[in-house]
Design a protein around this ligand. Structure first.
Ligand code: GUN
Length: 281
């Protein structure tokens, strides 16, 4: 079997056009405040794309760039300021932050109604209780990819590899909310391959290049690769693409799979936050 590839670039384009249309129809221009600290090149590229695509969707760009030696107090003051500013509908603090900063404390300052990354305790609590709220962008993008590819979630056994705040934990919650039976694997899982081989849906977000190969995959499973790593040979994911595609039913490529969906979900969340704040939803 050769897996059907799920084209995240194409779906992200569809979602962005949807958001652009909804934005134009509602005659609101959501304000997105991205906060970038320091000069990390990868973070700089991600934030530049988020800003560019949000402007293309009709949003207002309220970006803040702070120096790498900014203090915790100053950064928290900026986040508080954005929370109080009526022009701002969404706040996104790009992670990781420089090592001297306490990211959890910064995220805790984000106004929950503007938490377009879905990372605050309020957003995580809403997700855990299956209440309406803003959901983390990458895991929401994964759900949308599965739906678009026609992969049934209800009643499926979904295995998530990784338990990060940004992806693994919220991914498991989102799959559970869609009535999957969910297993979470992590670095202390005794026999990873025997757990992942039971998955109808396998989401790999471990941050380890090539961790998952053919021996981890049940024939016909949908395999979603959230990893992205720069190597001498270009970009690769957490899944060994060539061996996985011989056995999976569906597979996301890296690049061009999950990555583009993260920004598409951010745009959706920002518009949703703007609509809520204006009482449209
Ligand atoms: N760094 C890598 N991915 C993300 C994301 O989705 N949100 C934020 N804020 N930082 C990130």
């Amino acid at each position: 079997m050769t897996a059907t590839l799920i084209d995240g670039k194409e779906l992200a384009g569809i979602v962005r056009r949807e958001v652009t249309g909804r934005t134009a129809a509602s005659a609101i221009a959501p304000g997105l405040a991205t906060v970038l600290v320091g000069e990390d090149p990868a973070s700089g590229i991600y934030v530049a794309s988020k800003r560019k695509l949000s402007v293309a969707a009709g949003f207002r760009d309220l970006h803040r760039h702070l120096p790498s030696d900014v203090t915790q107090e100053e950064l928290e003051r900026v986040v508080d300021e954005l929370g109080a500013d009526d022009e701002v509908d969404g706040i996104l603090v790009q992670l990781p932050l420089p090592a001297h900063l306490d990211a959890a404390a910064v995220i805790a300052r984000i106004h929950p109604d503007k938490d377009v990354d879905g990372l605050t305790e309020v957003s995580a609590g809403r997700l855990a209780l299956n209440r309406p709220g803003l959901r983390p962008c990458t895991p929401s993008g994964v759900i949308r990819l599965l739906d678009w590819a026609g992969v049934g979630i209800k009643g499926a056994h979904a295995v998530v590899v990784g338990r990060s705040d940004l992806v693994g934990r919220p991914q498991a919650q989102l799959l559970l909310a869609r009535d999957a039976t969910v297993t979470i694997c992590h670095r202390y899982t005794a026999d990873l391959a025997s757990a992942t081989r039971t998955a109808d849906i396998l989401v790999v977000a471990a941050g380890v290049p090539g961790l998952v190969g053919a021996e981890h995959i049940k024939p016909g499973a949908a395999v979603i690769d959230v990893g992205i790593h720069r190597t001498e040979d270009g970009l690769c994911g957490d899944v060994d693409f060539e061996s996985a595609r011989q056995i999976a039913g569906h597979l996301t490529p890296v690049p061009g799979g999950v990555g583009p969906m993260t920004i598409a979900s951010l745009l959706q969340n920002t518009l949703t936050a703007a609509e809520f704040r204006r009482g449209i939803r």
